[in-house]
Design a protein around this ligand. Structure first.
Ligand SMILES: *[C@@H]1O[C@H](CO)[C@@H](O)[C@H](O)[C@H]1NC(C)=O
Ligand SMILES: *[C@@H]1O[C@H](CO)[C@@H](O)[C@H](O)[C@H]1NC(C)=O
Ligand SMILES: *[C@@H]1O[C@H](CO)[C@@H](O)[C@H](O)[C@H]1NC(C)=O
Length: 478
């Protein structure tokens, strides 16, 4: 483990030296997440192929085909506890299916030069893993003369125009459009598909570069209903950077299990997977997301998808420092985001495995899947973007909570906070700032260290990009 252990200053001992603003803090409204619309009580954990497809120089030996994916996903079941830690989804991104047409009924089919999907599903299921596929809105323009399975209606009579993805735009008010989705999902279910990533959804998907209709929420509803009528439990993940207005958030959270809160975070085409400035943006997008959607209702029924986790490979390949890798893991766990690894699984380093499989961090994830983090600014308890930031999850009725304290380092342009304070910083967060009262036992998750009871504040020294993850517990104080 490469990270330094930040020092905790025992509450009270240096209080006289610290300026603590008083009394203007807003009350803490605890945010919860309950069962999602397709019946899930936790975000997905696993791996997705997009990172190594889009960053071939970061994983030169990979080819996107059956053998290449099996080489990656077998690591989930064979290497040091990844499957035991719940990383079971093997999710294929764009390119697994034929790009210009479907089968005789216009259903999406695998590219036979790359994938045999039923065989891949059997291989994964035999190891206790699950299969994910990737889809985009619409039916193929080339299939407009084909008849939708179980109907006498052609695709072209319910789907027209060109969305820029070789596909036409459905009229979602027509029942045959639902029947097309049912036929697609029924065939996925018969192959053994467990997860669908539905990309290019609007409103959202900014800068798509194609010709998307303004409102593709009907596509999300149609996939949800198709899953509901199928005989298989399938997750629906929607993408990307979806609209956060109440009108559309209601649709997302009643039809999908997770939603992307940002654009892609990987360095497309580069020799490293991710840049710290983009991670600052992703964390700020989560801040905007959670503060917005929790203002509609504090019990959510969808998990955030903060995009793939690029924490598994060495700093030189991941493109960020070990502190920053740990800060990513801390925030994705805190947010109850999907823990879908984007790293090259054939090239994990010890620190990557440690971050992904740390038992105490996954106990935090077991808590945040019900109680996700929200921001509380040091000194005020407000929820704005800050370079020196704190977050709280819970507390639950039994007095369990999670606190994250971070120094994101100078804003690299998209962090939302706009400050550039260099070097090590002391960050103090008081109970008033957090909106809690009384004594809590504090466990420093990454240090694996019990810090004893605190009832006033937490204070840490943090390098640029560094953060701490504390699991608080009132019931161990007796
Ligand atoms: C399709 O048309 C045929 C011939 O008219 C008819 O027998 C059949 O019931 C129709 N099927 C559906 C699903 O409407
Ligand atoms: C969709 O179908 C309905 C019912 O036939 C029709 O009234 C509506 O005009 C159609 N919408 C579009 C955009 O074609
Ligand atoms: C909280 O403390 C109780 C009692 O010591 C213990 O059983 C429980 O595991 C602790 N939970 C956490 C999250 O530390």
């Amino acid at each position: 483990m490469a990270s330094a252990i930040p020092s905790l200053v025992i509450a009270g001992s240096i209080l006289a030296m610290v300026t603590v603003p008083v009394a203007s803090q807003t009350a803490l409204e605890v945010i919860r997440i309950s069962t999602t619309s397709n019946g899930f009580d936790a975000p997905a954990r696993g791996w997705n192929s997009f990172g190594i497809q889009a960053n071939p120089d970061a994983s030169p030996s990979f080819t996107f085909d059956q053998a290449g994916v099996i080489t990656q996903c077998d690591v989930l079941s064979t290497n040091a506890g990844l499957k035991a830690s719940g990383y079971v989804y093997c999710s294929l991104d764009s390119g697994w299916s034929v790009g210009g047409n479907g089968d005789d009924f216009g259903r999406i089919i695998p590219d036979p030069s790359k994938f045999d999907i039923p065989a891949l599903a059997d291989h994964l299921h035999s190891q206790g893993l699950m299969l994910g596929v990737y889809v985009v809105p619409g039916a193929f323009i080339a299939d407009e003369a084909k008849t939708i399975l179980g109907t006498n209606v052609t695709i072209g009579s319910v789907c027209s125009g060109d969305n820029g993805l070789a596909r036409c735009n459905f009229n979602y008010s027509l029942p045959e459009v639902q029947q097309w989705h049912n036929s697609v999902v029924d065939q996925f279910a018969s192959w053994g598909v467990d997860f669908i990533k539905l990309d290019f959804i609007t409103p959202g998907s900014p800068a798509s570069g194609v010709n998307l209709p303004l409102d593709l929420s009907g596509e999300v509803i149609a996939y949800h209903q198709a899953i509901a009528q199928s005989d298989r439990q399938i997750r629906l993940d929607i993408s990307w950077k979806l609209d956060r207005s109440e009108q559309f958030f209601d649709i997302w959270e009643t039809n999908a299990d997770s939603m992307r809160t940002d654009q892609d975070i990987n360095n497309g085409g580069a020799a490293t997977f991710v840049s710290w400035g983009t991670v600052q943006r992703a964390i700020d997008n989560y801040r905007q997301y959670i503060t917005t959607v929790s203002s509609f209702d504090t019990t959510l029924t969808i998990y955030p998808d903060m995009d793939n986790l690029f924490v598994g490979n060495a700093a030189s390949v991941s493109g960020i420092t070990d502190h920053q890798r740990q800060t990513i893991m801390t925030h994705w766990v805190g947010a109850a985001a999907n823990l879908i690894i984007g790293s090259d699984l054939a090239d994990l380093d010890d620190f990557g495995l440690y971050l992904l499989t740390n038992a105490a961090a996954l106990e935090v994830a077991d808590f945040t899947e019900d109680f996700p983090i929200q921001p509380r600014n040091p000194g005020t308890g407000a929820q704005s973007a800050q370079q020196l930031q704190a977050w709280i999850a819970g507390p639950s009725s039994t007095g369990e909570a999670v606190v994250i304290i971070a120094n994101y380092g100078p804003d690299e342009g998209q962090g939302g906070f706009g400050t550039s304070v260099p070097g090590v910083q002391v960050v103090t967060i008081t109970w008033e700032d957090l909106g809690i009262q009384g004594s809590f036992g504090v466990f420093d998750v990454w240090a694996g260290e019990d810090l004893g009871a605190e009832d006033t504040e937490l204070e840490v020294q943090l390098e640029e990009g560094q953060s701490v993850l504390y699991h608080l517990n009132r019931s161990n104080l007796v």
